[in-house]
Every structure is written in structure tokens, then in C-alpha cells.
Design a protein around this ligand. Structure first.
Ligand code: PMP
Length: 459
């Protein structure tokens, strides 16, 4: 035992006895035992046996500035000593909330000059759902209440956010979606594009938005919500034709647009926000994760001047105890200072992003890899037994992806699988040498997966 904690087996036994894990088959996990992560620094995690693992996922797409920054710990401790908690409900405010709100207004695009603070991405999207309905009601159009979103989009795990999301497996549990939400298909050319070119397919999928607006009735649609690049859905980068057509349709019908930037925000796509990378011009932006680089939980809804003007005209009967938590806000502000001072987004855009892109796209030469997609520092590869026909494996979808994830883990690399797509989203501070190591381990894992899949007759 290298550190001051119980031996791994004892920690695993306690974990199995008392801890219910998110998005996990508990019985299955408990027979294997969880890998216990005890510390982290930069892009590396260390487990309870002292093994160092390269984190290709930045935690859950969130640790943009890397782990273990002393300045963050110092700011948190200082803020806890000074004002550990206070609310902003009843005619009060506090400096961390005020400074963070002003800083966000400075860095976000367009006139999204106002922020409603939340505790996470999920409850930010619950805020958005209520806010767009309140907005239209205050404008005398309460019937404009339906929000359109996309199948295989991810917007969180609360009842509202999971309903906005298009994860069918989540909808099956707990009676979702809630009423007033409609879904259209996603722009995933690799899996669903058939014989169309990516551009034709992108246009077709964008036009489903117009069809859905007409089907529901323009006077009943409040908003459209989407991630600039679907993250949890498998890092699905839409064809170039997609976003301009969506924007045209939104403008034509005067529908509010909520860009869910929970993953894409704060540098992930090589700009501060995915909305800049794809010229989305949203009315509302969901932010979380990279806002604090995951050091403390905090989220927000960035809102345009017009939406704020209308929503401010009456009491918005909504809020969370931890809206604008002073310690989380102070830590987020420090995170943004580090990102700006160290020019982290510029480095991703002009140096490490292009460096990773060249290496990532070269993975497409591997016999088992179909398309390799990357924007900034979020990337995916589609595993396939036949690139030309974009075929699926004979085994149940996700079987090969899971094998690959296990081979990555065995090679001390965290890479996630979504079905048979492998995805990465490393800390934005990853260096060129660390990118080399990530790619080397990913290649080894792919080779081992290839061997295993062939040996087990799944090809
Ligand atoms: N929106 C998107 C795009 C996300 O990726 C996530 C989380 N992965 C959420 C919302 C939900 O955020 P949280 O888990 O902080 O509630």
C-alpha cells in the first residue's frame, strides 16, 4: 500500500456494500470491483495500487486545466474562510457571483450578457426548459411551450434534462419523456447516412427541424436545444451542411435556440465555445463542467439581453440552494483566470489541437477503424469490420467497444466507448509528448482488441 488508505480489496468491498454508482449495473461492477482512484495530477490519475493512468477523458469531459492545480485549492480555502455560503435569493449577492457573472459576459459570444447559476449541467437544462416557457408566457404566448431536441443528444439526468435528451435507454426508466418535448433525428452520417453524401444527409437531418416545427405548429414551439457536437452520443461531428441550415430554419420561425455547451464550452472545440466554432448564435447557452474544470460543481444558463429583459419583468419562481455557491463561483473564476493567463484555448486551437488531429486521423488506417472525427480536443473513431460499407459487428452493438475500453484501461489509458465508437476528450493542457503517449496506448489497445475480436469470431 503506497498511501495512507485501506488496501484496495477492502475499499472495493466497502464500495460494493454501500455505494450505488451512476450509469452502472451494480451487481456486475461489484463482482469485478471498482478501480479506486486516489489522486491525480496534470493529465494523470493514480489508482490505489499506485498505477498511473493517462486520463483521455478529462474526468467526465470537464478537467480542462488538468488536475491538482494549487491555485484552485488556495482560492477554495480562502473563499471558504471568508464566506463559505450565502444565497442570492432574497435581495443579496456576493462578490464571487458578481465577478464570475461579469467575467462570463465578457468571454461568451454575442449578447449573452446574463447568467442564471445552477449546480450542474442537468439542472441548468431544467432551468432552461422553465425559462423558455416563462419567456413566451410573459410575451403573451403561453402556448409556445414545446421544446424540440434530438435523438441521441444528451442534456443531463434529471427528469427534465433526461427528457430533453434523446437517450432511449434513459427514457425507458421512470416514465420519460415528460410532456411537451419532441425529438428529431441526429446528424450521424456514419451510422445513419446510408448512400447519401455527408452533405446531403446533413441537410436532410437539419430539415427535420422544419418538418417538426410545421407538424407541431409554429405557434406552439418554444425552443430547439442541441449540443454543437454531441458528446455522450459518441462525439458526433455533424456534416458541414447541418448547422447553417438549422440556423436558417430557426431564424425563419423565430424559435429560441439553446446551445448546450456543457461539453463544448471553455475551449473544448478550439474556441471558447462550440457556438463560435459552428457560428450558432444561440439565445441561451448551457454551461457547466469546464466552467470550473470540475474542481467544484457549478453550472449556468447564459441568456441574451432580450431573454433576460423579458424574464426579469416578473418573478422567475425558480432557483437552487447552490445557485451561485460562493466557493464554486470563486473556483470557477480562478479557472477562467488560469485559462486566460495561460492562453489554453489558443494553444489548443493553434498547436496541440492540430497536433492531436494529425495523429488521431491517422488511426483511420487501422484495419478496424472506420471514420476518425475530431474537433479541437474532442474526438471519436468508429470501429467496424468493414470500412467501405460502414458495417456493424456481428456481436451485439457495444461488445467490441467495451473490449476496446478494457484494453485501454489495461494499458493505463482512459478512453470511453459509446456503442462501438471510441471517444476521447483529454484535459486541454495535454502536451505534445502526452499526446504521443495517448496515441501509442490507443494503438496498442486497438491492436489487442483486433486480435481478441478475431480470435472470438466476432469479425
Ligand atoms: N449537457 C451535456 C451536453 C452533457 O454532456 C452533460 C453531462 N455529460 C450534461 C448536460 C449534464 O451535466 P451534469 O452531469 O453536470 O448534470
Amino acid at each position: 500500500m503506497s498511501e495512507n488508505h485501506l488496501p484496495t480489496a477492502e475499499l472495493q468491498a466497502l464500495d460494493a456494500a454501500h455505494h450505488l454508482h451512476p450509469f452502472t449495473d451494480g451487481d456486475e461492477l461489484n463482482t469485478k470491483g471498482a478501480r479506486i482512484i486516489t489522486r491525480a495530477h496534470g493529465v494523470y490519475l493514480t489508482d490505489s495500487d499506485g498505477i498511473e493512468i493517462l486520463d483521455g477523458m478529462a474526468g467526465l469531459w470537464c478537467v480542462n486545466i488538468g488536475y491538482g492545480r494549487e491555485e484552485m485549492a488556495e482560492v477554495a480555502a480562502r473563499q471558504m474562510r471568508q464566506l463559505s455560503f450565502y444565497n442570492t435569493f432574497f435581495q443579496t449577492s456576493h462578490p464571487p457571483a458578481i465577478h464570475l457573472a461579469a467575467k462570463l459576459a465578457e468571454i461568451v459570444p454575442g449578447d449573452l450578457n446574463h447568467v442564471f447559476f445552477n449546480g450542474s449541467g442537468s439542472d441548468s437544462n431544467d432551468t432552461n426548459l422553465r425559462m423558455v416557457r416563462v419567456y413566451w408566457a410573459l410575451k403573451g404566448k403561453p402556448e409556445k411551450s414545446v421544446v424540440i431536441s434530438r435523438w441521441n443528444g444528451y442534456h443531463g439526468s434529471t427528469m427534465g434534462a433526461a427528457s430533453l435528451g434523446g437517450m432511449k435507454g434513459m427514457h425507458k426508466q421512470g416514465g420519460l419523456p415528460i410532456p411537451g418535448i419532441a425529438h428529431i433525428n441526429q446528424p450521424d452520417w456514419w451510422s445513419e447516412g446510408g448512400d447519401m453524401t455527408p452533405e446531403e444527409f446533413g441537410l436532410m437531418r437539419a430539415r427535420e427541424l422544419e418538418e417538426k416545427i410545421l407538424e407541431i405548429g409554429e405557434d406552439k414551439v418554444a425552443a430547439f436545444i442541441a449540443e454543437p457536437v454531441q458528446g455522450a452520443g459518441g462525439v458526433i461531428v455533424p456534416p458541414d451542411s447541418y448547422w447553417p441550415e438549422i440556423r436558417r430554419i430557426l431564424d425563419k420561425y423565430g424559435i429560441l435556440f439553446i446551445a448546450d455547451e456543457v461539453i463544448c464550452g471553455f475551449g473544448r472545440t478550439g474556441n471558447w465555445f462550440g457556438s463560435q466554432t459552428f457560428d450558432l448564435r444561440p439565445d441561451i447557452m448551457t454551461i457547466a463542467k469546464g466552467l470550473s474544470s470540475g474542481y467544484l460543481p457549478i453550472g449556468g444558463s447564459m441568456v441574451s439581453d432580450e431573454v433576460a429583459r423579458v424574464v426579469n419583468s416578473d418573478e422567475f419562481a425558480h432557483g437552487y440552494t447552490y445557485s451561485a455557491h460562493p466557493v464554486a463561483a470563486a473556483v470557477a473564476l480562478e479557472n477562467l483566470r488560469i485559462m486566460q493567463d495561460e492562453k489554453i484555448v489558443d494553444t489548443v486551437r493553434s498547436d496541440t489541437g492540430p497536433y492531436l488531429k494529425a495523429k488521431w486521423e491517422a488511426l483511420a488506417k487501422h484495419p478496424m477503424v472506420g471514420e476518425a472525427k475530431i474537433v479541437g480536443m474532442m474526438a471519436s473513431i468508429a470501429l467496424t469490420p468493414d470500412k467501405a460499407s460502414r458495417a456493424k459487428f456481428a456481436a451485439k452493438e457495444g461488445t467490441v467497444g467495451l473490449i476496446c475500453r478494457e484494453r485501454c484501461f489495461a494499458n493505463n489509458l482512459v478512453m470511453r466507448h459509446v456503442g462501438d465508437r471510441m471517444i476521447i476528450s483529454p484535459p486541454l493542457v495535454i502536451s505534445r509528448a502526452e499526446i504521443d503517449l495517448l496515441i501509442e496506448r490507443a494503438r496498442k489497445a486497438l491492436d489487442e482488441t483486433y486480435e481478441k475480436v478475431q480470435a472470438q469470431g466476432m469479425w
